[in-house]
Design a protein around this ligand. Structure first.
Ligand code: ZN
Length: 146
């Protein structure tokens, strides 16, 4: 493992151990539940969206280190983003994780999400890393009735 991989692994382990924005968002306007039966990952995403912009986000769940770290890091990049920006980020994230191992990674666009680029070496773990994002996209299309 080279230095960069070691650094990425450290980030993932840190977010797994100390997940950010973990819990239930009482004033959620949107929510969804996601499962990855291949691994047993289970995630709930709560969002507060005002005028098409994410104001707050939290998640709950159990699963492997990659699924939890991915959800945790995801929640740290969503606040203040429009739904179009989020969709574009998800598209780039998904494209990167399902790309060939030697394809360049757009680290400028991905920012801290780039730590998951290494997951494409392990196709069976790609669903762990994308579960939170698929659940997020579900949640954004799933307005909670009040
Ligand atoms: Zn998993």
């Amino acid at each position: 493992m080279d230095e960069i991989d070691a650094l990425y692994e450290e980030v993932i382990l840190d977010h797994n151990k100390n997940p950010r924005n973990f819990g239930v968002l009482e004033e959620a306007t949107h929510k969804a539940v996601g499962h990855n039966p291949l691994c047993g990952d289970h995630i709930e995403i709560y969002l507060n969206v005002q005028n098409g912009v994410v104001k707050d986000v939290k998640f709950k769940g159990v699963g492997c280190a990659i699924s939890k770290a991915s959800a945790s890091i995801m929640t740290t990049v969503l606040k203040g983003k429009t739904l179009a920006e989020i969709q574009s980020l998800f598209d780039e994230f998904h494209r990167t994780l399902t790309s060939k191992v030697d394809e360049p990674v757009n680290t400028e666009k991905l920012g801290k999400l780039a730590v998951f680029a290494g997951v494409r070496n392990f196709p069976v773990r790609v669903k762990c890393a994308t579960l939170a994002w698929h659940t997020l996209i579900d949640a954004l299309g799933n307005k909670k009735s009040d």
